[in-house]
Write a protein of this length. Structure first.
Length: 191
């Protein structure tokens, strides 16, 4: 990709100093460091690269389950709602410090809220669906606000099985009532 556009980014002094140090450590320029971070974060890929990836995938012999198993795994048992809280008054530095370590997005905050307040997380499959893709992060905060209870299968899948399979990820459950806390602690104790 040829460089053809220029932009100016204003950074707070401390952030700029950290970026400059990091660029020096990596033997690159500040501009290249920021470009690489943007490409990594936003997945800027050329059409040619996408087509090549598609060709390689279509030629792969990937393990695929039978249709009945795939249907069972993909059939939702619980309705889920995603709420986004738009907070325009937040500053970029706050977001970076909350979700990054050394300019790498490594933490996330998961709000466990089902379609209606008071619904319980019960099954192992709910736990699997919830945790899918979170292995990319180093720390995952599971917010149980408004969740009445968690079943043994759900807690075991998330806090014993998934945690054991992904030791590089720290799970941090917060805002648990006594019932949820009991199941989480029980699952962790048996791991």
């Amino acid at each position: 990709m040829g460089l053809s556009k220029k932009t100016t980014i204003l950074f707070p002094h401390e952030l700029h100093a950290r970026l400059v140090r990091l660029a020096r450590q990596r033997g690159t320029s500040l501009g290249e460091l920021v470009r690489a971070a943007c490409e990594k974060q936003y997945g800027l890929v050329s059409e040619e690269d996408r087509l090549e990836a598609l060709r390689r995938l279509s030629g792969s012999a990937l393990p695929v389950a039978d249709p009945a198993t795939m249907n069972e795994e993909s059939t939702p048992t619980t309705e889920e709602l995603l709420e986004l809280d738009h907070q325009p008054e937040r500053r970029l530095e706050e977001i970076f410090s909350e979700y990054t370590d050394e300019f790498e997005f490594s933490r996330t905050r998961i709000m466990i809220r089902l379609f209606e307040i008071g619904v319980r997380f019960v099954s192992r499959s709910e736990g699997k669906r919830l945790m899918r893709g979170l292995e990319r992060f180093r720390e995952v905060v599971l917010d149980f606000s408004g969740v009445e209870g968690a079943g043994q299968g759900f807690a075991d899948e998330v806090f014993r099985v998934w945690a054991h399979d992904h030791p590089q990820v720290t799970l941090v459950p917060v805002h648990m009532n006594d019932s949820v806390r009991f199941m989480v602690e029980r699952a962790r104790a048996s791991g």
